[in-house]
Design a protein around this ligand. Structure first.
Ligand code: NAP
Length: 169
């Protein structure tokens, strides 16, 4: 379906476009948002947005791609950061176990819980409450490091495991 229809028909919207297309994509669907919806931002401000490297990020005035997304959509929509550090290679085959943790942050505790519950549906993945949306500034930087590890180790699915604390149950 079209992006507009997807936004008008779902409660949780996941935006996974390249950073260069993030603002335009959200502006296009903005009239379709309804109060109470959850927007999960996966986009990361990689330098590829300006023809640079995927191992680097660009500065975002809002602080992070998620905070930028929050500034574009209606303020009745709750923005959540999640899955930014999970390789698409791992997610594209639902029958496979995802050996990776998912850092979830938002200023809306209920929206964060909704997304943490979604993470529970992914075999092998563990969700962690990573605090307020501003922590997306750190989470998004980790993606560039993971891309660098992928290149160095010639793999496609480097990821994170958090130790010392239990995942959200
Ligand atoms: N790939 C990963 O492992 C991974 C991991 C963590 C975070 N991320 C982040 O997730 C985002 C998407 O990554 P990706 O690897 O999935 O990128 P991608 O394959 O290049 O793009 C994903 C989709 O975005 C749409 N798109 C691409 N260019 C667009 C444009 N100019 N305008 C509107 N829509 C456009 C396309 O959808 P249609 O085909 O439907 O047109 C495309 O299939 C990036 O910000 C990336 O940093 C990626």
């Amino acid at each position: 379906m079209s992006n507009e229809n997807a936004v008008s028909q779902t409660d949780v919207i996941v935006v996974t476009v390249p950073f260069a297309a993030l603002i335009d994509t959200l502006r296009t669907v903005k009239p379709k948002f309804r109060p109470g919806q959850v927007l999960v931002n996966v986009s990361v401000p990689l330098e590829t947005a300006i023809s640079g490297r995927a191992t680097r990020t660009v500065g975002v005035w809002a602080g992070s791609a998620a905070e930028l997304a929050a500034s574009v959509v209606p303020n009745t929509v709750s923005v959540v950061t999640a899955f930014n550090n999970v390789s698409a290679e791992l997610l594209k085959n639902p029958s496979k176990t995802v050996d990776c943790d998912v850092l979830v942050c938002s200023d809306d505790e209920n929206a964060k819980k909704i997304v943490l519950d979604l993470v529970k549906g992914i075999a092998g993945a563990h969700g962690f409450d990573a605090g307020p949306l501003e922590n997306s500034r750190t989470i998004e930087q980790i993606t560039a490091l993971l891309v660098s590890l992928n290149i160095r180790y010639k793999v496609k699915s480097a990821g994170l495991r958090i130790t010392g604390i239990s995942p959200v149950s």
